[in-house]
Design a protein around this ligand. Structure first.
Ligand code: S3P
Length: 172
């Protein structure tokens, strides 16, 4: 098992927590795309959105994702909107990309009132965003994991199990 793993999904889907867990178990390097951008730009996501706008952030996000794609043995936790740029969909679907899928109400409970996330607004606005993005996550992933009713540990194990199966199948 050499190739990197990408985690995608809506805000609050556990991409960072699960990413760290999977990286630890596999002894891979973990990177959170948002933190990586924040470090490079020396500014928070909130500030980048407020000062330069969402489009500027999306361009940085796309450039950063592209720059990481050749890395091996990395677990990359992406930001929830990475799938809005078509070039990212193309990149992600050619990788081991896991879509962490949850019901909207579960996600809403986790992210409501989070001031660090610039796109967290009303229930209705978030729900609209969720439904608009669902198909994009499906299109970008190589594997989808239903999170409802599962613990973080169970989800991590499922990702690792699917990676092992993928390796078994590709060795024939
Ligand atoms: C965003 C999700 C955030 C962050 C930014 C935009 C989105 O990441 O990239 O606030 O468009 O859904 P998380 O999914 O880690 O919250």
């Amino acid at each position: 098992m050499e190739s990197s793993i990408y985690l995608i999904g809506f805000m609050g889907s556990g991409k960072s927590t699960i990413g760290q867990d999977v990286a630890k178990i596999l002894d891979y390097q973990w990177v959170d795309l948002d933190h990586y951008i924040e470090e490079n730009e020396k500014a928070s996501i909130k500030v980048l959105f407020e000062q330069y706008g969402e489009d500027y952030f999306r361009t940085l996000e796309a450039k950063t994702l592209k720059s990481l794609i050749t890395e091996k043995k990395w677990v990359v936790s992406t930001g929830g909107g990475v799938i809005v740029r078509p070039e990212n969909i193309e990149l992600l679907k050619s990788q081991n990309t896991f879509y962490l899928k949850w019901d909207f109400d579960t996600l809403y409970k986790r992210i409501a009132g989070d001031r660090a996330r610039p796109l967290v607004k009303s229930y209705e606005q978030l729900q609209e965003l969720y439904f608009a993005r669902e198909k994009l996550y499906e299109r970008s992933c190589s594997s989808m994991i239903e999170g409802e009713g599962k613990s973080i540990q169970e989800i991590s194990e499922e990702i690792i199990h699917r990676m092992e199966k993928r390796d078994e199948n590709s060795s024939y």
